[in-house]
Design a protein around this ligand. Structure first.
Ligand code: PLP
Length: 442
């Protein structure tokens, strides 16, 4: 039997991602337009964007230079194949990107999302060790509470039970570092917690357990985003770097959220002054306008794979139909120019102290059990309702939306990450709405 013709406004056919479909469709929330710091809802209201869409619209919404670049590119050349063919855009974009990437990460592999960037980086790590004659290095170490997207590689190294438990099959040999967070010692830290770096030493135990000769790479988010904004303790990432170096293990930073200015520098690697071997990005790369991701690879890794392959043969059997899609590339070039012209990464750094004070003023607000922040990111953790976990934070999200503010909730945490163009008055407005909502939430 064929499907009945759907009515244009029937919500049923679209199976929404990471959404309680039945709950949403009973009371939908739809955006129909966006400009600068605001969305317009389907019922004509303005909503202040406290989350840069989904951690991605770092330059704000509907920015003319990006819009025009996409329009021009669509009219000029819609698509070009990227296997054994090219177009000028991605060469130029890669050059612009390596100007702002950490030293020696001078090669860029384009993808279409954060999940694809993660799987690409894991594959590059395997290919690198194989090229070096260390093909037994096939295991990966992630971390509890890590989020690395939804590919099978990403959920294998990821450490969020909710994202893994419906899917039995995962990469063999993935193990996890323990989570570093301890509310008793780190709660209400302003910026980086000053204690807790020793949690990185657990990597030594995993190396002893698996043997270094079997481990390809360690992958971590330099700031834990999706699990609820946890800032890594001072010195933790450096310690991981040292242990990886000691054992010939690659270190991958998943900067899908932290890349492109979120912490006040182009990358968290620069911000924390720790040099990874690979960086995964997406989201802010073109300010969320066209799906795109990128993996940055250290020269040593790129050269081992590319120069190690037989002449005139494909060096990496990996890529996507939409790798370096012309529209995504055009948007990327325009976004990078805008970031530079408006000095938006520095703007984030300059606003960070104001942001920090504003968010920590919530210490005495109802239900708040912890507050975390770094750059232009914040997490406010609420006490769960007895027997009804996550419902309080969800109610805050729905009430904030009704009052004209978009926040994101993850578990018991309200996560905030506004576009980097936010003004101080809008920071005040954001927290004032949130304060009213918290007061109004049982
Ligand atoms: N890695 C990290 C650190 C992320 O935060 C995300 C998404 O939020 C991903 C990977 C997956 O990105 P995408 O949803 O674009 O596949």
């Amino acid at each position: 039997m064929s499907n009945p013709t759907p009515t244009p406004n029937d919500l049923e056919a679209y199976w929404m991602p990471f959404t309680a479909n039945r709950q949403f469709k009973a009371a939908p929330r739809l955006f129909v337009a966006a400009k600068d710091m605001h969305y317009t809802t389907h019922d004509g209201r303005q909503v202040l964007d406290g989350t840069a869409g989904l951690w991605c619209c770092n330059a704000g919404h509907g920015r003319r230079p990006i819009v025009e670049a996409i329009q021009k590119q669509a009219a000029e050349m819609d698509y070009a194949p990227s296997f054994q063919m090219g177009h000028p855009g991605p060469f130029e974009l890669a050059n612009r990107l390596v100007e702002i990437s950490p030293a020696d990460l001078n090669h860029v592999f384009f993808t279409n999302s954060g999940s694809e960037s993660v799987d690409t980086a894991l594959k590059i790590a395997l290919a690198y060790h194989k090229a070096k004659g260390e093909g037994a290095r096939t295991k990966f170490i992630g971390r509890e509470k890590g989020y690395h997207g939804v590919g099978f590689g990403g959920i294998s190294v990821g450490g969020l039970g909710t994202v893994r438990k419906q899917f039995a099959s995962q990469l063999p040999g993935a193990d996890h570092l323990p989570f570093f967070y301890n509310r008793a010692t780190m709660g209400f830290s302003k910026g980086e917690p000053q204690t807790g770096a020793e949690a990185a030493d657990a990597l030594e135990s995993l190396v002893t357990l698996h043997d270094a000769s079997t481990i390809a790479a360690v992958i971590v988010e330099p700031m834990v985003g999706s699990a609820g904004v946890y800032v890594t303790p001072k010195g933790y990432l450096k310690r991981l770097r040292e242990i990886c170096d000691k054992h010939g293990i690659l270190l991958i930073f998943d900067e899908v959220i932290t890349g492109f200015g979120r912490l006040g520098s182009a990358f968290a690697a620069t911000h924390y002054d720790v040099q990874p071997d690979l960086i995964t990005t997406a989201k802010g790369l073109n300010s969320g306008t066209v799906p795109m991701g990128a993996v940055f690879a250290h020269d040593r890794i790129h050269d081992a794979i590319v120069n190690g392959a037989p002449e005139n043969s494909i060096e990496l059997f990996h890529g996507y139909t939409y790798t370096a899609h012309p529209l995504a590339v055009a948007a990327g070039l325009a976004a990078l120019k805008l970031y530079k012209d408006e000095d938006l990464f520095k703007r984030a750094a300059d606003l960070a102290p104001y942001w920090q004070e504003a968010i920590h003023s919530f210490k005495d607000a109802p239900h708040v059990v912890d507050i975390r922040n770094t750059g232009l990111v914040g997490g406010i953790e609420l006490e769960p309702r007895p027997d009804k976990p996550t419902t309080r934070a969800y109610d805050v999200f729905v009430k904030a939306y009704a009052k004209g503010l978009l926040v994101r909730t993850t578990g018991e945490v309200i996560a905030l990450s506004p576009p980097l163009i936010i003004f101080k008055a809008q920071i005040d407005e954001l927290f004032s709405i949130l304060r009213d909502v918290l007061k109004d939430t049982a």
